[in-house]
Design a protein around this ligand. Structure first.
Ligand code: SF4
Ligand code: SF4
Length: 443
């Protein structure tokens, strides 16, 4: 694609980066077929190629308050399916990051929209506050039809029950079982701690069982993805810097083989910390070092090798699992086969739904900001998952879990909960009623 930035514009590092990305696009349009918003809406401007043209125009003209690009970029899920499809290696993720950051500087959104975004920014990254908000939302659920706009949607989405806070999420060190093979830091995240604490609990059990010393670092918290995706750069950078500093302290205190992330949406962000922190060269370098250690939990387990899988006759009979590939894992991190292979090694029969490349509509807070499109994608995904005839849905991202558990008739669990179960841990909470005759399971 030809671009026409002026030398003055190209003096800006972000514009230079965008220029290089734009020039790789050959307009072939292969990406349109795999873009969920194009599949739903059939509008070129809601396809990756259309958005790339809008971004190019916005950046070339220094548009200050671009209403049309804003509408179409807001509808983009940042699912990155287009990056998987693109034969030219167009880095859409960085292009849309640059565009959203610029858009956030010039665009004045309607008052309600600004309030909603500010509310989400304050609630979700703070587990204590988020827990209180969910308890309040559960009380408001019977009156959801009376609540204005998307507050009603948020009340409807609040889980009916919340598990109590888990002790594993506090800063501490879990010793390895047997000889120590690795020392890793576990990112315990923010919303996941509240929505499904059993994921971090299963992760700690499994990693220690496989010989890892697991450190939950003091001072680590939200990865910054939420703020990043809505263009709140300063807040995203602050969250990233806090995590970098926290993990550097762990590294200094005893070395670190990996930073384990079990929410793939967060993992994609942490793996890109060098870019997120690019505005300060010192922090960019520190971010790059941390990013090089970040791994999805499935990658670390694969590296360690799954050991101690219970013989079939000693544990519940194998379940049929529908594997839902989170976009952030399959497109963002390009981790595609490992989780399925691990589940198969653990004795489960793994089935993939049709259209597994398409997003479920969760995409961070997309399901709150773009409710109609998110709902259509959720229902479409739930139908494809049901058609597999599986017993349980497994996924590697808390956002997908949250989106699908209300839509799917099957229990939805994290992949690591199934791997933990197969190697000696308790069954995931919703799966236990299905446990067969084995009385020994559920330790
Ligand atoms: S990130 Fe996803 S929604 Fe956005 S343009 Fe690419 S494929 Fe479409
Ligand atoms: S597939 Fe790649 S090169 Fe082709 S239009 Fe899409 S982004 Fe451009």
């Amino acid at each position: 694609m030809q671009t026409s930035f002026t030398p003055a514009q190209l003096a800006d590092a972000d514009i230079r980066e965008a220029d290089g990305i734009l020039r790789k696009c050959v307009h072939c349009g292969f990406c349109t077929a795999t873009c969920p918003t194009y599949v739903l809406l059939g509008d070129e401007l809601d396809s990756p190629r259309g958005r790339i043209y809008l971004i190019k125009h916005m950046l070339e003209t220094d548009a200050r308050a671009p209403a049309t690009p804003a509408r179409h970029l807001d509808r983009c899920l940042t699912c990155l399916s287009c990056m998987t499809t693109c034969p030219s290696g167009v880095n859409y993720m960085r292009l849309v990051d640059i565009a959203r950051e610029r858009m956030a500087r010039g665009l004045r959104r309607p008052a309600m929209e600004r309030m909603l975004r500010a509310l989400l920014m304050r609630l979700l990254p703070r587990p204590g506050v988020f827990r209180l908000a969910l308890l309040g939302a559960a009380l408001a659920r019977p009156f959801k039809a009376l609540l204005p706009g998307r507050l009603g949607v948020m009340a409807a989405m609040a889980p009916k029950r919340l598990a109590p806070p888990s002790a594993v999420d506090r800063p501490q060190v879990f010793p390895a079982e047997g000889a120590r093979r690795k020392r890793v830091a576990l990112m315990t995240g923010c919303a996941q701690q509240v929505l499904r604490p059993s994921i971090n609990e299963a992760t700690v059990r499994l990693l220690t069982r496989l010989g890892c010393e697991v450190v939950v670092a003091e001072g680590a918290g939200c990865c910054g993805a939420l703020a990043h995706h809505i263009g709140e750069t300063a807040a995203a950078e602050a969250a990233a810097r806090a995590n970098v500093a926290a993990w550097e302290r762990v590294m200094a205190a005893g070395g670190l083989d990996a930073i384990v992330v079990n929410a793939s949406g967060c993992g994609t962000t942490v793996k890109d910390y060098a870019f997120l922190l690019r505005h300060d060269p010192v922090w960019a370098e520190r971010g790059a070092r941390i990013a090089s250690l970040a791994s999805d939990v499935s990658e670390v387990i694969d590296d360690l090798g799954l050991r101690g899988v219970r013989p079939m006759d000693n544990r519940p009979r194998a379940r049929v699992i529908a594997y839902h590939a989170a976009c952030s894992l399959q497109h963002g991190q390009r981790v595609r086969e490992v989780p399925k292979r691990l589940l198969a090694e653990a004795g489960f029969e793994v089935r993939e739904p049709a259209e597994s490349h398409l997003c479920c509509g969760s995409a961070g807070v997309y399901n709150i900001l773009q409710t109609d499109l998110a709902l259509r994608l959720k229902e479409r995904k739930a139908q494809r998952l049901a058609a597999t005839g599986a017993d349980v849905v497994a996924t590697g991202n808390i956002g997908c879990w949250s989106q699908l558990q209300g839509a799917s008739l099957m229990p939805v669990v994290h992949t690591v909960e199934l791997l933990d179960w197969a190697t000696g841990g308790p069954p995931p909470p919703e799966v236990s009623p299905f446990v067969g005759t084995s009385a020994s399971v559920g330790s």
